[in-house]
Design a protein around this ligand. Structure first.
Ligand code: SF4
Length: 198
């Protein structure tokens, strides 16, 4: 399988070991105040050689309880949408911009985002996907700074050689608003063509 330059120098075994070490680092992380209120960290889960990485905002109550990403209602919706393009949850990797739950599901703060970004950057470097799907405004801001999700959802951008970002609504927002739900479904349908192009 083709690997991007960042991870190309590692054997597959070393790459997988590095992913597991990173997960272990996340599980014991105290870099920001969110460590004080979490039950479990949620590093992410899925295939370690995925074509697609989905990046959400942060764990909610169920995710914090179980230590797994997108396991509540939004997760079931996301799973169904992934299946609508012929993939399974196990085929992709799902993570978020902060790995610990913000109390009462408040927005992650800038210093928390900054503290956690290096984990996400390293995950993407090691997982080496062809497509990074941003779910919601916080992960969108990472690769589409200054944009508005209502304006740019469905748009793609090259973020490194052989790697594109696709901006999408957050599944929870799509569940709240029928119009955004339709947009979410339509944006998801862009993935097969995008993968083929890459
Ligand atoms: S949110 Fe990220 S930076 Fe903050 S404690 Fe959790 S893993 Fe560490």
């Amino acid at each position: 399988m083709d690997r991007t330059p960042e991870s190309a120098h590692l054997s597959n075994e070393d790459r997988i070991q590095a992913i597991l070490r990173l997960e272990s680092d996340i599980r014991s992380c105290t870099r920001c105040r969110l460590c004080e209120t979490r039950t479990h960290t949620v590093p992410g889960e899925g295939d370690f050689s995925p074509q697609i990485v989905f990046v959400g905002e942060g764990p909610g109550a169920e995710e914090d309880r179980l230590g797994r990403p997108f396991v509540g209602r939004s997760g079931r919706f996301l799973d169904g949408m992934i299946e609508s393009v012929g993939l399974r949850r196990e085929d992709v990797f799902i993570t978020s911009v902060v790995k610990c739950r913000p109390p009462d599901n408040r927005d992650p703060r800038p210093d928390e985002l900054a503290a956690c970004w290096p984990y996400l950057d390293r995950q993407i470097e090691l997982l080496a996907p062809s497509v990074v799907v941003t779910l919601g405004r916080f992960s969108m801001q990472r690769w589409f700074p200054g944009e508005r999700i209502t304006r740019i959802h469905g748009q793609t951008k090259q973020i490194s050689p052989g790697r594109m970002a696709l901006a999408m609504f957050h599944p929870a927002a799509a569940l709240r608003n029928p119009r955004w739900r339709d947009a979410f479904a339509a944006d998801m349908q862009k993935l097969p063509g995008l993968l083929e192009q890459l």
